[in-house]
Design a protein around this ligand. Structure first.
Ligand SMILES: Nc1ncnc2c1ncn2[C@@H]1O[C@H](COP(=O)(O)OP(=O)(O)OP(=O)(O)O)[C@@H](O)[C@H]1O
Ligand SMILES: O=C(O)C1=C[C@@H](O)[C@@H](O)[C@H](O)C1
Ligand SMILES: [Mg+2]
Length: 174
């Protein structure tokens, strides 16, 4: 059985972009917990947070993780999926967890170019640059803890896909 591959990391690290390409390369299904929960709720993340607060969003996020987990699939998670310990242990127990790691400045530049505010409402009320530095300072250890493998996400998506495939093949062989 082919275990699911969970992609984790901060906003803008490329979980959705790389996830789609990785799934295509492996002939796996692709799911995205942000897309899934917005489809189920028929609301954007910004609307959910406005109505239910981040607590309500986080509960929906956990439910969406359970709902989309399936063999032979690549799952792009939301940037805050690792905040809950049960999400971290669930991903580690049910599949291979890959942290797409990038510097705060690189992430902030990508988000400034493509803010997608309906899916990425502010977490702190600060500027994108300041928020990204704060978020990584808080979460980098959580991402590292949850991950089976860490991949440099400051390369082209094609390179990242290749590196994920090679890393998983090496892990299987060892
Ligand atoms: N390796 C990369 N190199 C350059 N740009 C990238 C790379 N990966 C993603 N991007 C760009 O960065 C932006 C964010 O990418 P993406 O939506 O895939 O991130 P994400 O990790 O899924 O974010 P979120 O946690 O908000 O869902 C997009 O505009 C995308 O084209
Ligand atoms: O980093 C975060 O906490 C988030 C990232 C996005 O993927 C969305 O899941 C949402 O905007 C929250
Ligand atoms: Mg995404």
């Amino acid at each position: 059985m082919s275990l699911p591959i969970f992609l984790i990391g901060a906003r803008g690290c490329g979980k959705t972009t790389v996830g789609e390409a990785l799934a295509a390369a492996l002939n796996y299904a692709f799911s995205d917990t942000d897309h899934y929960l917005q489809h189920v709720a028929q609301q954007t993340v910004a609307e959910i947070v406005a109505q239910e607060g981040w607590e309500g969003f986080r509960a929906r996020e956990t439910a969406s993780l359970m709902a989309v987990t399936a063999p032979a699939s690549v799952i792009a998670t939301g940037g805050g999926m690792v905040l809950a310990e049960h999400n971290r242990s669930y991903m580690r127990e049910h599949g291979q967890v890959i942290y797409l790691r990038a510097d705060a400045a690189v992430l902030a530049a990508r988000l400034q170019a493509s803010p997608q505010e309906e899916q990425r409402p502010t977490l702190t009320g600060r500027t994108i640059t300041d928020e990204m530095a704060d978020v990584l300072a808080e979460r980098d250890a959580l991402y590292l803890h949850a991950a089976h493998h860490v991949i440099d996400a400051m390369q082209s998506p094609e390179h990242i896909v290749r590196q994920v495939i090679e890393t998983l093949a090496q892990a299987r062989a060892s």
